[in-house]
Design a protein around this ligand. Sequence first.
Ligand code: HEC
Length: 121
Amino acid sequence: MKHAAISFSIVFLLTVTLPARSEEPEVSPQKGKAIYKAHCVRCHGSQGRGDGPDAANLIVPPTNFHRPESQTKSDMDLRGAIIWGLAFSPMHGWWGKLSGSEMRSVTAYIRQLAPYQPSTP
Ligand code: HEC
C-alpha cells in the first residue's frame, strides 16, 4: 500500500511538473524593454545614456551603454554585471530578483538600444 502511494505521488508529480519544465521562457528585447522600464530606466535613462532621473544623486554615474567601453563588451560581460552587480557601486546584482530569462531579455534590450560593436585590434 505504502509503495503504491509513493509511486502514485511520483507519477503524479512527473505529470504535473514535466510539461511546465519543457517550456523555456521566451527571451526577447520586447520583454526586456518592460523590465528595463520597471527597474533600470531610473538610473540608466530611457535611451541607455546613463541619464535617468536618479543618476544625478549618484556618486558613481550609471553606465552610458553607448560608450565604446560598453559597446565593445560581450553580452556575457553585460549579463555578468547584471547578475552579480559591480563592486563599490550602486549597481547591485539582480540575481534572485530577476529570473535568468528576464536578465537575458533585458541584456537583449540594452543591445537593441546600443548594439554590440566588436573592438578592432
Ligand atoms: C541605482 C541605480 C542603478 C540601477 C537601478 C541600475 N543600474 Fe546598472 N549601473 C549603475 C551604475 C552606477 C553602473 C556603473 C558602475 C561602475 O561603473 O562601477 C551600472 C552599470 C551597469 C552595467 C555594466 C555596463 C558595462 O559597460 O560594464 C550594466 C550591464 C547595467 N548596469 C545594467 C543594468 C540593468 C539591466 C538594470 C536593471 C535591471 C540596472 N543596470 C539598474 C546603476 C544602476
